[in-house]
Design a protein around this ligand. Structure first.
Ligand SMILES: C[S@@+](CC[C@H](N)C(=O)[O-])C[C@H]1O[C@@H](n2cnc3c(N)ncnc32)[C@H](O)[C@@H]1O
Length: 222
């Protein structure tokens, strides 16, 4: 379903410029775009040297805003390629006066342009699109193409925490992590049955759990 473009989107994005980096989304050559260097200075952005965690595909930002409020000693970078969706996340962070979140309106493929080597402690992949058709496998955010790419900015020993409602995507991801040399620290096939009190439920997680679907979680170490 096509989403209706939000009114005054450009003005609204501009007015959040202090907590938002907007990539050039017109550059369709991802390799070219990623090879440019516009590295973010986290100390300048956050005014401290705290650890930085990254969420790729943050959607409307429920997870990242709740994480930022719960963990003020951690800085968060949230990435979303669709500006029409991202605006809700950015405006929420502004309204809640969260000083430890910065957003990037970009595709995951372009992130090496913005993130310094070994600058990220943890990556969250929450309900990334499973893209079940074989021809789209390379676009899955846990395809080896991406897992090898994350190593450009994820610290050695840094973690990836992935949640999904899709059993096939869960299995595909497990294989992919193993083939790229990530160490599997956790694989859980029914997160809500385990009742992790620390778990922050994302927008999609609530929707899928309400439908009675299992929620899977994988934690790996680089
Ligand atoms: C199914 S939604 C999940 C949103 C949110 N994380 C949640 O759990 O509710 C997946 C999101 O990832 C974004 N996304 C998909 N591929 C991406 C990519 N290559 N780079 C950045 N964002 C991406 C989509 O635009 C979408 O908003």
């Amino acid at each position: 379903m096509r989403m209706h473009r939000k009114s005054h989107l450009d003005e609204r994005l501009n007015s959040c410029g202090d907590i938002l980096t907007v990539a050039d989304l017109t550059d369709k050559n991802m390799k070219h775009a990623a090879a440019q260097k516009d590295e973010l200075d986290f100390v300048k952005i956050f005014k401290n040297g705290n650890p930085v965690n990254l969420e790729i595909g943050c959607g409307k930002g429920k997870f990242i805003c709740e994480m930022a409020a719960r963990f003020p000693q951690i800085n968060f970078i949230a990435v979303e390629k669709i500006s029409n969706v991202l605006i809700e996340a950015v405006e929420r962070a502004k309204a809640e006066n969260l000083l430890n979140v910065h957003f990037i309106n970009s595709a995951a493929e372009v992130l090496p342009r913005y993130l310094k080597e070994a600058s990220i402690d943890k990556i969250y992949l929450n309900f990334s699109n499973p893209l079940p058709k074989l021809g789209y496998a390379r676009q899955r955010l846990t395809h080896p193409k991406f897992l090898n790419g994350y190593r450009q900015y994820l610290k050695k020993g840094g973690e990836i925490v992935q949640k999904t409602d899709d059993g096939d995507f869960y299995l595909f991801s497990l294989e992919s992590y193993a083939s790229c040399g990530y160490e599997i620290l956790e694989k859980c096939e029914d997160l809500h049955a385990v009742c992790d009190p620390e778990n922050i439920v994302t927008e999609h997680e609530k929707k899928f759990a309400d439908m009675g679907k299992n929620i899977y979680r994988i934690v790996v170490k680089s």
